[in-house]
Design a protein around this ligand. Structure first.
Ligand code: IPM
Ligand code: MG
Length: 362
């Protein structure tokens, strides 16, 4: 059976890191006869430059027909002054919304070899394994009304709307509880229920959904406290579930516990586990074109794709083991470099992972 993957490299370091993930998938495709087929498309600033839209109709078609989407990153200085409606980020948001990818999984795992790369003490982060489940198609990112208006006194006023319906909360709740059931059965729901009615409802609905999962221990935490606890004692968490914007912020924090934002993959799933896979980091225009970006988050995103959409856990395991082995070989890209290691380029890291796959036990 063939599986069609839409590949959207995007902007900045996107094309560089995607190339390495494809290298890894190509190897496994041959080695394990996975039947993966790739079709490239445009997204973000690259798409805007060519078509005038960050999410052109051809890409909409491509991702709708594909079984999964692998995405690099979008955005860059060049497009910052564009109208918000055609900015590269709108392409990514349009894609998430179009495919209804409401459940965003962001695992923060510390590879033991990187304990020293984290800015936190190694005893605080060693053994870290958290899953952040971020709601991805609702909340303040999509709420209406939104915009910048002119008040009667001539002053401008910016406004956005934080809105969640019960069904949206329930849907992401079920997703998070099911994930917790497969892990250590602890779920922490993060909100700001002391101030925002919208998340008061979030807390209420999460508690209701929790009744259907008596085996999972549900707790609630305010987001300000959660951000503190993440850097104070991150290992207290197993699975966290939160809104679109809180999840955006907390997952960047969590990434630094793992040594670098260049290590965190993500899966964005619809109700049928069709998914889009991307590293959580951005397009890093400051380092793009230099061949120094870390491709591991994208390679690990490809592993998540094999696991969650294609149900080929064995292939995903092999990639994750190969990343482990690559780090064991003491090679590091600049972002995770520490003394005594060998500093290597983006493509050398991709090659190291492929070599590790080749050398690894099947
Ligand atoms: C992320 C990114 C995006 C987001 C941007 C690029 C729109 O920061 O995936 O975390 O805010 O969701
Ligand atoms: Mg983000």
């Amino acid at each position: 059976m063939t599986q069609k993957i839409a590949v959207l490299p995007g902007d900045g370091i996107g094309p560089e890191i995607i190339e390495e993930a494809i290298k890894v998938l190509d190897f496994l495709n041959t080695d394990m006869a996975l039947g993966l087929e790739f079709e490239h498309g445009l997204i973000g600033g690259a798409a805007y430059d060519e078509t005038g839209s960050p999410f052109p109709a051809t890409t909409v078609e491509l991702v709708k027909q594909a079984d999964a989407v692998l995405l690099g990153a979008v955005g860059g200085y060049k497009w910052e002054s564009l109208d918000i409606a055609v900015r590269p980020e709108k392409g990514l948001l349009g894609l998430r919304s179009e495919l209804q990818l409401f459940s965003n999984l962001r695992p923060a795992i510390l590879y033991p070899q990187l304990a020293d790369a984290s800015t936190l003490k190694s005893e605080v982060v060693s053994g870290l394994d958290i899953m952040i489940v971020r709601e991805l198609t609702g909340g303040i990112y999509f709420g209406q009304p939104r915009g910048i208006r002119i008040l009667e006194n001539g002053e401008k006023q910016g406004y956005n709307t934080l809105v969640y319906s019960e069904s949206e909360i329930r849907r992401i709740g079920h997703s998070a509880f099911r994930i917790a059931q497969k892990r250590n059965k602890r779920l922490c729901s993060v909100d700001k229920a002391n101030v925002l009615e919208c998340t008061e409802l979030w807390r209420e609905v999460m508690s209701e959904v929790g009744k259907e999962y008596p085996d999972v221990e549900l707790s609630h935490m305010y987001v300000d406290n959660a951000s503190m606890q993440l850097v104070r004692a991150p290992k207290q968490f197993d699975v966290m579930v939160t809104t679109n914007m809180f999840g955006d912020i907390l997952s960047d924090t969590a990434s630094m516990l793992t040594g670098s934002i260049g290590m965190l993959p993500s899966a964005s799933l619809d109700v049928n586990s069709k998914g889009m896979y991307e590293p959580i980091h951005g397009s890093a225009p400051d380092i793009s074109g230099q061949g120094i970006a870390n491709p591991l988050a994208t390679i690990l995103s490809a592993a998540m794709m094999l696991r969650y959409t294609f149900n080929i856990g064995a292939a995903a395991d092999r990639i994750e083991q190969a990343v482990h082995d690559a780090l064991d070989a003491n090679v590091r890209t600049a972002d995770i470099y520490s003394a005594g290691m060998q500093k290597i380029s983006t493509s050398e890291m991709g090659d190291t992972v492929v070599n590790a796959l080749q050398a690894g036990v099947k």
